[in-house]
Ligand binder design. Structure first.
Ligand SMILES: Nc1nc2c(ncn2[C@@H]2O[C@H](COP(=O)(O)OP(=O)(O)OP(=O)(O)O)[C@@H](O)[C@H]2O)c(=O)[nH]1
Ligand SMILES: [Mg+2]
Length: 295
């Protein structure tokens, strides 16, 4: 343990001096649950974390490629953590993501990393927070997190971002599901991608009317873009950068972070299996189980 901590510190120092290979190694350590106490640094609070979430295939990675370019032109350092949702996907899809995003002509100012949610019994949230902090410490001032889906888990991951883009496409209407799951409540902007396909205009209209029916004054703006054709990206970025997250939305995010870390702690407890055994045989009550886990 002590040895590992030292390793993490050495890697951190090297990564903050710009060594990408050591940054990768450091993230691997953190992903595996290693903890690291970051030295206090001004840079740590200077990063913006942008969550990009939405159903499979709507163009999140392509859009992130455009966002990378937008920020690169402003001399920002952009790191992307792309989270692979679940077990059955092959490495091919991950690699595909990486290639698409890397086509944003990476260079020294872009770092892309795919993460698997596999092997994280308590979810990826707790190590994600550590990775975000480490990237921030190392001077990556724009951090993008890509998550797929429209369920509860994605909300939790998205809650680690300062600003959240919810992406939809022309052929899905998954936004309704997203609404049910509460993601739309968290979104700072809803982006309907593939505006080059006529159906996306209808989708954007129906989302707008659903949001206005909801009656929220702070309903997120709905914008149409074509990531592929690079249309509408600058406008989208201006809206994201200028929008102020309402206080109530911040509270939801904080609550989601809390729940997420709570779950994570509970599920990664070494006692969990024994306690489930005891619950199964009826030798303890649920309340006793929780007390035992919390101890
Ligand atoms: N017509 C059109 N196709 C697009 C656009 N943006 C992305 N695509 C295509 O949509 C497909 C999926 O794009 P991705 O960027 O991988 O989508 P994703 O949401 O990251 O996908 P997952 O990570 O698998 O959920 C690819 O074939 C893209 O070329 C667009 O603006 N217009
Ligand atoms: Mg993707």
């Amino acid at each position: 343990m002590a040895l590992e901590l030292t390793t993490a510190k050495i890697l951190l120092k090297s990564a903050s001096n710009g060594n990408r290979r050591d940054l990768s190694k450091l993230l691997t350590l953190l992903e595996s649950g290693e903890k690291i106490n970051l030295p206090i640094s001004d840079s740590a609070s200077n990063s913006t974390v942008l969550g990009v979430t939405g159903p499979p295939g709507v163009g999140k990675s392509t859009l992130i490629g455009r966002i990378i370019n937008y920020w690169k032109e402003m001399n920002q350092k952009v790191a992307v953590l792309a989270i692979d949702p679940s077990s059955p996907r092959t490495g091919g899809a991950l690699l595909g993501d990486r290639v698409r995003m890397d086509s944003a002509d990476s260079g020294d100012s872009v770092f892309v990393r795919s993460l698997s949610t596999r092997g994280h019994p308590g979810g990826i949230s707790s190590s994600l927070m550590a990775m975000i902090n480490a990237l921030s410490y190392c001077g990556w001032n724009k951090i993008v997190i890509e998550t797929v889906g429209s369920g509860q888990n994605e909300i939790k991951i998205a809650a680690f971002a300062d600003k959240i883009i919810l992406v939809d496409g022309p052929d899905r209407g998954d936004i309704i599901q997203a609404e049910k799951a509460g993601i739309i409540e968290l979104a700072d902007i809803v982006v309907v991608n593939k505006s080059d396909m006529p159906a996306s205009i209808k989708v954007a209209d129906s989302i707008r009317s659903a949001l206005s029916l909801g009656g929220g004054m702070d309903a997120p703006e709905v914008v149409l873009v074509s990531a592929e054709r690079n249309e509408g990206i600058v406008e989208m970025m201006r809206i994201i950068e200028d929008c102020k997250t309402p206080k109530w939305r911040d509270r939801i995010k904080i609550k989601e972070r809390l729940i997420s870390l709570w779950d994570s702690r509970l599920l990664s407890s070494p006692k969990i299996n024994g306690i489930i055994d005891d619950l199964e045989t009826g030798s303890i009550s649920l309340n006793d189980a929780l007390d035992e886990l919390a101890r």
